[in-house]
Design a protein around this ligand. Structure first.
Ligand SMILES: Cc1ncc(COP(=O)(O)O)c(C=O)c1O
Length: 354
């Protein structure tokens, strides 16, 4: 037996919790991953099937057709568009691109649970800034947390998991307050679900700034979570450098054709999002009758600030055949599903005794 006296693995990774695959509940209603409940958009399955005849070939490494289509749609140049294996993949590559020794990234907390993990993996120090009492980013505190080692600050808008948003007026002030040598990363994974006129589209409003990066995904509104395609809009300089960190061929052939086909049926995506938003408002109102302090949401999920009852409530939901996402000691995030799925969730909520 060969004995090792020290581990060749990075000791700092011990602090990251190992991924524990969720238990599968084949018949349960899954309201835990902020997916769209309507199935793939029209034309997507056919596009994937047609492209599958060529999977013995590599995909287009430059992702040219998709990047061109995105550039046309968003009014930017092709050189401003990077694509990756989901926006989380791109975020990882962006963090690698800024990960000099001592580099720090400021982000809100509670926010997307991947941020502390991705920063740790990239060897970057995560600087979490607590949300305000009403579960929103504390933008002035985030601006104050930016120091000489800060390479980037992440704004998750709408915020996962609280659904809350930062307004254009607040963000205008924030982007002015941030040193132009620091990247401002807008994570807009849920941008398509926003209905408030006060919330800016960061591509439209801020992407002319060289330090702004906007990350978006085909996983949510576009119904393609299983295919893994995300994109990032930024200055050609940032895109060029991030592209050096991107795993080659990270957007596979099927994801490329599916995402390009999805852009052709944007109207259907908008109709589905509108239906989801109607349900969101119904679920929001009904949960507020039962749980105090449920914040507004501009995404496709609702945040229940249940505190210490969060884990028990999630277990109660599982027992009733509904999977939700608990954050122990804090709250529970519930994705808006089909009307009958939401009905089941609301009945389950009504029957919970904490
Ligand atoms: C805020 C936020 N950003 C990014 C992502 C990543 O999405 P994907 O990697 O599927 O594009 C998610 C997914 O849940 C998210 O909630």
């Amino acid at each position: 037996m060969i004995k090792q006296t020290s581990s060749p693995l990075r000791a700092d990774l011990d602090a990251i919790p190992a991924y524990v695959p969720g238990k599968t509940h084949p018949d349960a209603v899954k309201l835990s991953s902020n997916e769209m409940p309507f199935g793939p958009l029209p034309g997507i399955q056919q596009a994937v099937m047609d492209a599958s005849a060529n999977v013995h070939r590599y995909p287009d490494m430059g992702v040219v057709a998709l990047r061109q289509a995105l550039a046309r749609r968003l009014g930017v140049t092709e050189e401003q568009v990077a694509t990756g294996s989901g926006s989380v993949g791109l975020l990882q590559h962006l963090l690698q691109a800024i990960a000099e020794p001592g580099a720090e990234v400021v982000h809100a907390w509670r926010s997307f649970e991947a941020y502390p993990i991705l920063t740790a993996v990239a060897g970057v120090k995560s600087v979490p800034v607590p949300n305000t009492e009403d579960h929103r980013h504390d933008l002035p505190a985030m601006a104050r947390a930016v120091g000489p080692n800060t390479r980037a600050v992440i704004v998750c808008n709408p915020n996962n998991p609280t659904g809350q948003v930062a307004t254009a007026a607040e963000l205008d002030e924030f982007v002015e307050a941030i040193d132009p040598n620091t990247l401002i990363i807008f994570d807009e994974a849920y941008q398509e679900f926003v209905t408030s006129n006060d919330v800016p589209d960061a591509v439209e409003r801020y992407s002319d700034r060289p330090n702004v990066v906007v990350a978006r995904t085909f996983s949510k509104a576009w119904g393609m979570a299983g295919l893994r395609a995300g994109y990032m809009i930024s200055s050609p300089d940032v895109v060029r450098t991030v592209s050096k960190c991107i795993l080659p061929f990270s957007v596979n052939m099927l994801a490329q054709v599916a995402a390009t086909a999805a852009l052709e049926v944007e109207e259907t995506m908008r109709e589905r999002v509108a239906a989801n938003v109607v349900e969101r408002q119904r679920v929001l109102a009904a949960t507020r009758d039962i749980v105090p302090g449920v914040p507004d949401t501009e995404a496709n999920f609702v945040w229940l600030p249940l505190g210490d009852a969060a884990a028990d409530f999630a277990a109660h939901c599982t027992a009733q055949g509904v999977i939700v996402r608990p954050f122990a000691g804090d709250g529970v995030r519930v994705t808006v599903g089909l009307p009958e799925e939401n009905d089941l969730f609301l009945r389950t909520l009504a029957s919970f005794e904490s």
